[in-house]
Write a protein that binds this ligand. Structure first.
Ligand SMILES: Cc1ncc(COP(=O)(O)O)c(C=O)c1O
Length: 392
């Protein structure tokens, strides 16, 4: 990753007016003006320069929000970044901005399960049809494109099963058919891959995860190119979505160390994956290490690094023994929201994967998800070694 990215994160957002290294928290519902002329001037500026941070009402933002938007715009190399109170809010905004009744959406099958519920179930009520494609078969995606397809929504890698897709092939199909594209890039963040630069119209990151990095904030970012900006701006205005200045401040503070944390998550996850791949009870380590040739090859084509979230396919006829493996881990907390500094483990019940059509799981195979934190990897390996013996 470029030196620029690392140095930029340490210097961005300084506020010389308030003499503060970090942008101060400006909490305001009312933004105050001296006169009717002043407020009109601000509104005119906003019309001429819609990405310039010219706000006249608290829901539009404050200087704290604008500081974070500017940082993320640079990281994403995008035209604008819209901030939401959760990562899922950003998913919703991306879809809501470009899809209308009568349209169709094509979504990668291993998508984050609430994204699946939104598209498959909820949007159906608005006469918007969703079809899911096999992330390992570009022809399946190609065959599902119709005249009505408005959006291809990709999550890369796939939630829980970590499929890496050939992104340029997806983008060229979309371009040929004049279809909008969105990618959920929460796993990689723009530190490891920049979807907008690659050609996606929209790129989503749940700031809840690595951006904030300390498991105590929720937030979402939606980066867009110029092509979709006007649609997202319009939808954002009527959505009521707004990130709080306090959360924006914490996310900005978290971003200072994004590169350092992700480098270490990567280093630790590689050590753990190399240890786990040798264990006979594990049929596949779902992480792009060299020994997992398929994942490694496709990951290498697009990513400059890998984060700390990985999956395991565990082989066992005894489900309860896999539970015991997970439950007896002492350094891995049991919890859903990853991306913080600490390690986590989760048994991924197939029922929790939604109505997946291309879930490539053999009989007696179980999915376990691990988030590899910033602890000493030797301690994590010891913990795993001690608990793996419970798998029967
Ligand atoms: C890939 C992915 N996208 C989006 C989200 C949603 O983020 P949030 O929990 O902030 O709504 C998550 C949360 O787990 C996620 O894993």
């Amino acid at each position: 990753m470029s030196k620029f990215f690392k140095t930029f994160l340490k210097h961005a957002g300084k506020d010389f007016y308030n003499q503060s290294v970090n942008p101060p928290v400006v909490r305001a519902s009312t933004l105050i003006f001296k006169s009717i002329d002043d407020i009109r001037k601000m509104q005119n500026k906003a019309m001429k320069d819609p990405i310039g941070g010219h706000f006249s009402y608290g829901r539009e933002g404050s200087s704290t929000i604008f500081a974070l938007q500017k940082i993320l715009r640079t990281l994403e190399e995008s035209y604008q970044v819209f901030l939401s109170p959760t990562g899922f809010g950003s998913v919703f905004l991306a879809i809501f901005s470009v899809v209308r009744p009568g349209d169709e959406i094509i979504v990668s099958d291993p998508v984050y399960s609430p994204t699946r519920a939104l598209t498959e179930n909820f949007l159906k009520e608005f006469n918007i049809k969703t079809v899911f494609y096999d992330p390992n078969n570009i022809n399946d995606l190609k065959n599902k494109i119709s005249k009505k397809t408005k959006l291809i929504f990709v999550e890369n890698p796939g939630s829980n099963t970590f499929e890496f897709q050939d992104l340029s092939k997806i983008l060229s199909l979309a371009k040929k058919n004049n279809i909008f594209t969105a990618m959920d890039n929460t796993w990689g963040t723009p530190y490891f891959i920049k979807p907008i630069k690659l050609g996606f119209d929209m790129s989503i990151v749940a700031a809840t995860k690595y951006y904030s990095g300390h498991s105590d904030v929720m937030g979402g970012s939606l980066a867009v190119n110029k092509r979709v900006f006007k649609y997202v701006e319009k939808a954002n205005k009527v959505s009521g979505l707004r990130l709080s200045p306090d959360d924006a401040y914490l996310i900005t503070r978290g971003l200072r160390t994004l590169d350092i944390r992700l480098d270490k998550h990567q280093e630790n996850a590689n050590k753990i994956a190399s240890f786990l791949i040798k264990n006979k009870k594990i049929s596949e380590v779902l992480y792009p290490i060299k020994k997992n040739k398929k994942k490694y090859k496709m990951w290498k084509k697009y990513y400059s690094g890998s984060s700390g979230l990985l999956g395991l396919k565990v082989k066992s006829k005894n489900k309860r023994s896999v539970f015991k493996f997970v439950n007896s881990l002492k350094l891995f907390g049991y919890g859903y929201s990853w991306g913080g500094f600490e390690s986590l483990a989760l048994y991924q019940d197939v029922r929790e994967q939604g109505n997946r059509k291309f879930l490539n799981l053999q009989k007696d195979e179980h999915l376990v998800r691990l988030h590899i934190g910033l602890e000493d990897p030797k301690d994590l390996i010891q913990d795993l070694k001690r608990s793996l013996r419970f798998i029967k």
